[in-house]
Ligand binder design. Structure first.
Ligand SMILES: Cc1cc2nc3c(=O)[nH]c(=O)nc-3n(C[C@H](O)[C@H](O)[C@H](O)COP(=O)(O)O)c2cc1C
Length: 174
């Protein structure tokens, strides 16, 4: 006989359950509940694709930093961006503003990811977060991001996105 209906649940290993919420994933691992959120800035969609893939596997929605005006409340905050020549080879000022708005008493560990030619955006965001005293995960995620049709064509590709899933699972359990 079938038991009572349960909320959908996604399991990694034996100690982790993730229930999908609209914005926040609740991860229970080793007896502790953690709120996880995924934010991104993305102009041409590469970083957004990675963010949505990570959020999908965690059980939450990827949120654009442009739609956030409150200091984000999360135990684990995934944050992704890319650098642009048009911003002096830096991250968009909105990313710096977003980091400036974060409150260390409301946000626990920050996990960084980026797309592009190299992990420059991660390095820049790490510097900004370090200055403000945030706990930033040592590991970060980078994959190539296409730039018009000339560079990194087809990226992020299927393998990049599988790697992004594994990374998000692993970092949400650390
Ligand atoms: C107009 C433009 C300027 C870019 N400038 C740089 C740059 O200065 N340095 C760099 O490493 N990548 C640069 N890139 C590559 C982007 O960082 C890369 O394509 C990234 O994956 C874009 O992420 P997004 O699609 O999430 O915006 C540039 C891309 C574009 C379209």
């Amino acid at each position: 006989m079938k038991g009572p209906s349960r909320p959908s649940m996604w399991q990694v290993g034996s100690e982790l359950n993730v229930t999908g919420g609209p914005i926040t994933a609740i991860i229970s691992g080793k007896g502790k509940k953690m709120n996880v959120r995924v934010f991104y800035w993305s102009k041409t969609g590469n970083t957004k694709k990675v963010a949505e893939t990570m959020a999908g596997v965690l059980g939450c929605k990827a949120e654009s930093i442009l739609s956030s005006c409150e200091p984000v409340s999360a135990d684990i905050l995934f944050l992704g961006a890319a650098v642009y020549a048009t911003f002096n080879h830096e991250v968009n000022p909105k990313v710096s503003e977003f980091i400036g708005r974060l409150d260390p008493t409301k946000t626990g560990k920050v996990v960084l990811f980026c797309t592009g030619f190299a992990d420059t955006a991660v390095k820049i965001m790490r510097g900004l977060l370090d200055k403000r005293g945030f706990s930033v995960a040592e590991n970060s995620f980078f994959c190539k991001g296409k730039f018009f049709i000339f560079f990194n064509f087809g990226h992020p590709d299927g393998t990049d996105l599988e790697n992004a899933k594994s990374f998000a699972k692993t970092e949400s359990l650390r």
